[in-house]
Design a protein around this ligand. Structure first.
Ligand code: FPP
Length: 258
């Protein structure tokens, strides 16, 4: 084991972070982790149950992972819940996923508030059903001042779409003379992305044995460590997250240096 969790996990991300800064047991070094949650369908077919059950169990894995992220002192956890390409799935599966999302946001808001979790959405979520957008905006506003872990859910998200929207924002600023195109820096692009107020992405995890980025956080992952596990998403939990953080602790990050 590379970092020790100690006999009892900290109560809040703030306490965990303080512990971390004091050189404590949670010194895994990850501020921001993101997960491509894959394998719900295979989990269901292995059990001979409908795909919906796999997605439903996937929500339980989300809950367990968010709690663990907070206890392990992560500043941010970004989860790929629905990609801009997922609309190609059968209509009833899309409806099931939206239903689960609605239920999750409604049912878990009190836990977010009690645990100092800030909800954030990345992606073009305004294109979702109006009632869902309203519900999301309400929970985002109600948790906006929480300073523990930020839970970013990627909804109707595609990294190329995010970059396209950022380019449009910068082009508009250039067209109005607000910014000189020759002066555009990497930091301007960072600031125009949906993840603008989040820490750099340290660790990108994908479950289910697939090894692709699938249009997720392409810009942000420039220097992230990649971690692939065969665990199917519904079986992912705090122990699995901890294993990923331990693997991260043993990596040597050089950021292009030597
Ligand atoms: C991939 O499994 C998973 C998804 C496309 C959706 C992830 C959604 C959830 C975990 C539930 C809703 C999320 C929240 C945040 C409430 P797959 O269906 O592609 O699995 P397969 O590759 O085995 O078929």
């Amino acid at each position: 084991m590379i970092f020790r969790s100690g006999p009892k996990l900290s109560k809040t991300a703030q306490e965990a972070a303080a512990h971390l800064h004091a050189g404590g047991a949670l010194d895994h070094g990850v501020r921001h982790a993101a997960i491509i949650m894959d394998g719900n369908g295979r989990w269901a077919s292995k059990r001979g149950v409908p795909r919906f059950i796999g997605h439903k169990q996937g929500v339980e894995a989300v809950r367990a992972t968010v709690r663990a992220a907070r206890d392990l002192g992560l500043e941010a956890l970004t989860l790929y819940a629905f990609s801009s390409e997922n609309w190609k799935r059968p209509e009833d599966e899309v409806a099931d996923l939206m239903g689960l999302l609605r239920h999750f946001i409604r049912a878990d808001v009190d836990e977010f508030i009690a645990n100092d979790v800030r909800l954030k959405i990345i992606g073009n979520y305004k294109a979702l059903a109006p009632d869902l957008v309203e519900m999301i905006d309400d929970v985002v506003n109600r948790t906006a001042h929480n300073s523990g872990t930020t839970l970013a859910i990627a909804l109707n998200y595609g990294a190329q779409d995010e970059l396209l929207r950022a380019v449009q924002t910068l082009a508009r600023s250039a067209a109005t003379g607000e910014i000189d195109p020759a002066e555009i820096q990497i930091t301007h692009i960072d600031a125009a992305l949906d993840t603008a107020d989040m820490p750099p992405l340290d660790l990108l995890i994908r479950t289910s044995g697939e090894q692709r980025l699938s249009n997720f956080l392409l810009w942000q992952a420039a220097y992230s460590e990649l971690y692939f596990t065969d665990i199917l998403w519904p079986d992912f939990d705090g122990a699995a997250l901890k294993a990923a953080l331990e693997a991260f602790s043993s990596r040597e990050r050089r950021f292009g240096g030597r």
